[in-house]
Design a protein around this ligand. Structure first.
Ligand code: SF4
Length: 350
C-alpha cells in the first residue's frame, strides 16, 4: 500500500490529471502517508495561490427554508427552530460594518426563502456593491432569469454545493431534488459569468471512497472556482441525527487532493472543521486551503443559523472574529489578503 501511495503521489507531482483509482489511493492514505499528502498540497497552494489567506465575511440573512434536506437544521420540518429573517436595512448595516472591518468579499447566505423578491434582492446587491466589495450569493436554487438579474445587479460569485456526487444518495438526503437540477443551476451560473463555488460533505451516511473520489472529479469537471469541503456533522433535530460525524482526517485528505488536482481554486478551511477539532481550520490551511469564512452576522441571530450543531464562534462579535482569525493566520506564517480575492482564473472579476 505504501509503495502504491508513493507512486501515486509521485504521479501527482507530474500531472493534475489523476484517475479515480489514483484519487482513491490518495484518500486511503494512512497516518504517515497523509502527512506527505498534506505537505505536498501545501506546497502546491504556496506555488499557485501564494501565502495570502482570503477572508470572506458571511452574513446569514435568513434561516427560513422551504426545503427539507435530511442533514440540515434549517430544514422546513424542524419546527423546534425559531425562524428569523433580516430586513434589507439590517443586511445592509451588517455589510457596511464588515467592510469597515476590512472585508473585501461578503457572502450573502440564506435558506431557500421566498420572503425576498428577486427584484428587491437585486436592489440590495446594487446597494452593497457600492461599498466596494465583491459579493458571493449563497441562496440555493432559482431560475435562470433570477440568477441573471442578480448577476446584472453586480453579484460576482455564487456558492451552491453539489453536496454529494452520488445521484441516488443526493435524492435520499435532499428529498424531491435531483443532482441533475443542481448541476443545471451550476451550469447556468457559469454561463452567466459568475465565479462558481461548489463543494461537498465528507462522511455522509452511505458515502464511500468511490463517492468521495467522484465528488472531487465532479468539482474538476464543473471547473469550479471554489470548493467548500467540510465534514458531515449530525444535527439532533434532523432525520440524519443517528449518523456518525465525518472525520477530520478524511476531510483534510479531501481538501489536500482537491488542491493537488485543482491548483487554482479557492479552498476554504471550513467552520465545520473548526467545530470538530479545535485546530481543524489551521490544519486545513496547512493542507491546501487558502480561504476562511468568518461570520459577520449580527451576534443575536447566529445561534439560530445552525445547519449543523455546536457551531463555533456563536457569541463572538464580527470584530472579535476578524482579530481572532487574523491571529491564527499570522501564527501560521501566512498573511490576510487585502484584495477582493477573485478567482485567479478571472483576475479583476468577470
Ligand atoms: S441545506 Fe440549504 S436548502 Fe437544504 S434545508 Fe438547509 S438551508 Fe435549506
Amino acid at each position: 500500500m505504501e509503495k502504491i501511495f508513493a507512486a501515486t503521489l509521485d504521479k501527482a507531482r507530474k500531472t493534475t490529471e489523476l484517475s479515480k483509482e489514483d484519487i482513491k489511493t490518495l484518500l486511503a492514505a494512512g497516518e504517515k502517508e497523509s502527512q506527505a499528502l498534506f505537505q505536498y498540497a501545501d506546497k502546491v497552494r504556496a506555488k499557485y495561490m501564494g501565502k495570502e489567506v482570503h477572508l470572506r465575511g458571511i452574513i446569514e440573512f435568513s434561516n427560513y427554508c422551504k426545503q427539507n434536506c435530511h442533514y440540515c437544521g434549517l430544514r422546513y420540518d424542524n419546527k423546534k427552530l425559531k425562524r428569523y429573517k433580516l430586513s434589507y436595512e439590517e443586511i445592509y448595516a451588517a455589510a457596511k460594518s464588515a467592510v469597515q472591518l476590512g472585508y473585501r468579499t461578503l457572502v450573502l447566505q440564506g435558506g431557500e426563502d421566498n420572503h425576498y423578491s428577486p427584484g428587491d434582492f437585486a436592489e440590495l446587491i446594487k446597494d452593497i456593491k457600492k461599498l466596494d466589495v465583491a459579493i458571493t450569493i449563497s441562496f440555493g436554487e432559482h431560475d435562470y432569469a433570477t440568477y441573471k438579474l442578480w448577476r446584472e445587479a453586480g453579484a460576482d460569485r455564487y456558492l451552491i454545493k453539489h453536496e454529494t456526487a452520488d445521484p441516488v444518495l443526493y435524492t435520499q438526503i435532499r428529498p424531491g431534488k435531483t443532482l441533475e437540477e443542481r448541476l443545471q443551476c451550476q451550469s447556468w451560473l457559469k454561463e452567466l459569468g459568475y465565479q462558481l463555488g461548489s463543494g461537498c460533505m465528507v462522511g455522509l451516511p452511505g458515502q464511500t471512497l468511490d463517492t468521495l473520489a467522484d465528488d472531487l472529479l465532479l468539482l474538476k469537471k464543473m471547473d469550479v472556482d471554489m470548493a467548500g469541503i467540510g465534514p458531515f456533522i449530525p444535527h439532533p433535530d434532523t432525520p440524519l441525527a443517528w449518523g456518525e460525524q465525518g472525520t477530520l482526517e478524511m476531510t483534510l485528505k479531501m481538501v489536500a487532493v482537491a488542491r493537488i488536482i485543482m491548483p487554482l481554486i479557492h479552498l476554504p478551511s471550513t467552520t465545520a472543521l473548526g467545530t470538530i477539532h479545535p485546530r481543524g481550520r489551521e490544519m486545513a490551511l496547512a493542507a491546501g486551503a487558502n480561504v476562511v469564512m468568518p461570520n459577520v452576522s449580527p451576534t443575536e441571530f447566529r445561534e439560530l443559523y445552525q445547519i449543523y450543531p455546536n457551531k463555533i464562534c456563536l457569541n463572538d462579535t464580527p470584530g472579535h472574529c476578524r482579530n481572532c482569525i487574523s491571529g491564527k493566520i499570522a501564527a501560521l506564517g501566512r498573511t490576510v489578503s487585502n484584495d477582493y480575492g477573485h478567482s485567479p482564473k478571472f483576475k479583476g472579476g468577470r
